[in-house]
Design a protein around this ligand. Structure first.
Ligand code: HEC
Ligand SMILES: [Cu+2]
Length: 326
């Protein structure tokens, strides 16, 4: 729990306030509709109660107005469609991380959260982030479906095995907050919790330096790229891209951040999730475009290794330097 003035649920991220206003709007409009419907019901129950003459009922039935029907139906439609657009806009913002966000890899596992930082630091059930800087979380699971939630930051997302999900936030106040798994995931689900510590920029730099790491995540990834045989097919030298042989497999240089056209015609953005998912389910480009076929590395590489490979592949797009942890 946050030290000092701890409110029931602090608004500790840049979009917390916007989400709370949306929620308040939804509740107020729902209450207004509820009040209207029940108010009219009550009114009519009193007006047409037994003992009153039925003439009034007939008089009213003759005055049935289509204009009235149409206008209240369209008015509620417009209001609720407006709510939908409002929520959609927040949703879109919540899933589009700004450039330059610090990327943190989060893996759920029965029953813990494993966190990996670009600098190579690792933690279990603890997440350290600097205040005022966008942080992107790349979430995945090693077993069943989990759900990663930090109520104080108003972020939450299902975490699926074998795929990356992305979430981002900018913390706006220092302190510690709780993080939870909010998907019932087995016996010890209730213990799958942890702490998010939001630090000042200086404290965060100190924390990174004071946390042992054996080489950055990208360095680990580069070694794995060679050790797992990826380099046998894929050219990856950033320094001699001209010498790269791309007859066997597409070059990894400049892939991250580019648009990839698949065999079915879809053009998709090669983001971190694409890189990760490609290693488990190699995408199909134009038929027979390459002399080899990529095997799936599902069950071969653990999520820790995949995070390192993704971090490494990102460094091969010189125009989009990955952001180091400090
Ligand atoms: C046997 C050769 C081979 C090996 C080994 C291999 N790949 Fe691939 N990889 C390919 C081919 C071929 C494609 C293109 C598939 C297609 O489009 O049909 C591909 C596609 C990809 C893609 C999608 C990018 C794109 O432009 O389509 C990524 C990312 C990737 N590989 C990463 C890796 C990594 C990381 C490893 C090592 C863990 C690896 N590959 C091992 C041959 C290989
Ligand atoms: Cu869980």
């Amino acid at each position: 729990m946050a030290e000092g003035a701890m409110t029931w649920l602090p608004e500790a991220s840049s979009h917390a306030m916007r989400i709370d206003i949306l929620l308040a709007g939804l509740v107020l409009i729902s209450l207004a509709v509820l009040g209207l419907v029940f108010g009219l019901m009550l009114l009519n129950v009193l007006r047409f109660r037994a003992g009153r003459t039925t003439d009034i009922v007939r008089a009213i039935a003759e005055h049935k107005s289509w204009w009235f029907e149409i206008s209240w139906t369209s008015a509620t439609l417009v209001i609720f469609f407006g709510l939908f657009l409002w929520a959609t806009q927040l949703y879109v913002v919540a899933f589009r991380p700004p450039a330059g966000a610090i990327q943190v890899y989060v893996t759920g596992k029965q029953w813990m959260w494993k966190i990996q930082y670009p600098g190579g630091q690792r933690e279990i059930n603890a997440l350290h982030v600097p205040v005022g800087r966008p942080v992107q979380l790349l979430l995945t699971s090693e077993d069943v479906i989990h759900d990663f939630s930090i109520p104080a930051l108003r972020i939450k997302h299902d975490v699926l095995p074998g795929r990356y999900q992305s979430l981002w936030f900018t913390a706006t106040q220092t302190g510690s907050f709780r993080l939870y798994c909010t998907q019932f995931c087995g016996l010890a689900h209730s213990r799958m919790t942890g702490t998010v510590t939001v630090l000042s920029a200086a404290d965060y730099a100190g924390w990174l330096n004071g946390t042992p790491a054996s080489g950055s995540l990208a360095m680990t990834g580069e070694a794995l790229f060679i050790r797992s045989g990826c380099s046998g097919c894929h050219a990856s030298s950033r320094y001699a891209p001209d010498a790269a042989d791309t007859s066997r497999a597409p070059s990894m240089v400049g892939l991250y951040g580019s648009r990839v056209t698949l065999a079915d015609g879809r053009a998709i953005m090669a983001d971190a999730a694409f890189l990760h998912d490609s290693i488990l389910d190699p995408p199909r480009r134009q038929a027979a475009a390459f002399a080899t076929e990529m095997p799936s590395f599902r069950g071969v590489l653990a999520e820790d290794d995949l995070a390192a490979l993704v971090a490494y592949l990102q460094t091969l797009s010189p125009a989009l330097p990955p952001v180091a942890g400090n």
